[in-house]
Design a protein around this ligand. Structure first.
Ligand SMILES: [Zn+2]
Length: 187
């Protein structure tokens, strides 16, 4: 088990597209295992490889079904298809957070439905139909693989607030990290 430091907004790997995985090997399985450990310790419902400083198109998620049964997996080289976004103002129910902008939440309207097509850690293809908050997680993590953070998508007023927080905390520059289980920035 290895919990890895999570990089914070400003680290270059968070702001550039990640590259596809070409080898479904032991290194990839080690990476994914560490990503699960790090996500669980944070805790979070999703974590993308760039968030631990690795520029590969990989993310993990852990978001149970409504009846409590486990829904957890690794996603490699995904494609994501999204329904049109509702035209409406964001509400508190749209409050979203990010382990690379820890402890802060902002409301963002997302698509209600997505279809994910990807490979698992062995290279086997699968697809997932997602709705509601699970669809939101898919969009959030998929964005990370394209160098986009949720704070990049906020309306002007919230973006101004996020920029103030970023400045106050000294984020927005390379080299800032936090370690789940040691630092408690998500509290
Ligand atoms: Zn995030």
């Amino acid at each position: 088990m290895a919990i890895r430091p999570i990089v914070i907004r400003g680290e270059a790997v968070l702001h550039e597209p990640a590259v596809p995985v070409t080898a479904f090997d032991a290194d990839l399985r080690d990476l994914i295992r560490d990503m699960f450990d790090t996500m669980d310790a944070a805790p979070g419902v999703g974590l993308a490889a760039p968030q631990i400083g690795v520029g590969l198109r990989v993310f993990v998620y852990d978001y149970p079904h409504d009846d409590g049964t486990e829904r957890r997996g690794a996603v490699v080289n995904p494609e994501l298809f999204v329904s049109p976004v509702d035209v409406r103002e964001p509400t508190e129910a749209d409050d979203e957070g990010c382990l690379s902008f820890p402890g802060e939440r902002y409301a963002l309207v997302r698509s209600e439905e997505t279809i994910l097509r990807a490979c698992d850690e062995t290279g086997a293809a699968f697809s997932l139909e997602c709705d509601g908050w699970f669809a939101r997680i898919m969009q959030h993590e998929f964005d990370h693989l394209n160098g986009v953070m949720f704070v990049d998508r906020l309306d002007a007023i919230q973006a101004y607030d996020a920029a103030k927080v970023e400045k106050k905390r000294g984020w927005g520059v390379p080299g800032k990290t936090w370690l789940p289980g040691v630092d408690h920035l998500e509290d």
